[in-house]
Design a protein around this ligand. Sequence first.
Ligand code: ATP
Ligand code: PAU
Length: 307
Amino acid sequence: MQSQMNYYAFNRDQWRQFHTHDFASVTTDELEQLRSLNDEVSMDDVVTIYSPLRHLIHIRYRDYQAATANQSEFLGIANKVRPFIIGIAGSVAVGKSTTARLLQLLLSRAYPDKKVQQITTDGFLYPNAELERRGILDKKGFPESYDMPKLIDFLDAVKNANGVVKAPRYSHQVYDVLAGEYDEIDHPDILIVEGINVLQLPTGQSIYASDYFDFSIYVDANPELIEHWYLERFGLLLDTAFTDPTNYYYPYATGDRDQAFALAKDVWRTINLKNLEEYILPTRERADVILHKIKHHQIDRVYLRKF
Ligand SMILES: Nc1ncnc2c1ncn2[C@@H]1O[C@H](COP(=O)(O)OP(=O)(O)OP(=O)(O)O)[C@@H](O)[C@H]1O
Ligand SMILES: CC(C)(CO)[C@@H](O)C(=O)NCCC(=O)O
């Protein structure tokens, strides 16, 4: 594939060879913890795919720390811990947040004395009321639906490590940004930033979110499969909305299920698939690593950027 000419491509058997020689493999104890995180995640993937990936991140993190120290020495200033930031991109419902949580857990275990935090860029969407005011409520997730300058300011503050930085929260259940609710990003050593827009280069900006990333991952899959995962998750959201009239999905959960699914399919096709094709997929070849998934979220190929 021409578009992936600057990548090494590995199948599972090839990639698993890059497990560690000088760095801890995933332990049985870790596997137990990961299972409780999401009991659907394949433990074989954790060992075959995520363990070598953690090793690769370890190497990049080590290089980053050395480069930061060298630059401070060059400038003759005290070396400051600036977080190593990992970006995770990909379609709606492809599994970015699950990948982010997996990595957060694996990296926390690898570095018991370091702080690893995680956020999603969903919190940087404009609130529904503002989307409505701008006439783009049906464009949620498209580049214009995010307050990108706010995201850049956030990343800049985190990198400068000047204090506790607040990340606004989004809820799928409320289907909106939660006014006044934040995650506190408090001097992490590693920050994982997950979102559909993290590798995008919006026009009219001189600084991009990806300028702040030290490592990036794109989670990739056939759009038909992603649609299936989107609808599966929609089903889960309906199942948990039944008892809560304040839940965005309550009317769908208590109404006709077939109609609800027909609507979700339409939302997938007219909003999320369009967004994937026009704005998300074109960012794939900017990632350091592409994880390609097949059925049941199994990762069949890993691409590693050569240069
Ligand atoms: N590795 C995996 N194994 C099994 N199931 C998974 C895996 N990754 C994700 N899933 C499931 O796929 C669905 C989508 O995953 P997730 O919510 O992580 O996607 P996302 O890319 O973060 O979506 P969004 O951008 O909409 O927040 C969820 O139902 C999740 O449980
Ligand atoms: C919040 C986003 C944009 C990304 O996670 C997505 O989950 C979403 O809500 N998209 C809008 C269309 C829909 O309701 O699926």
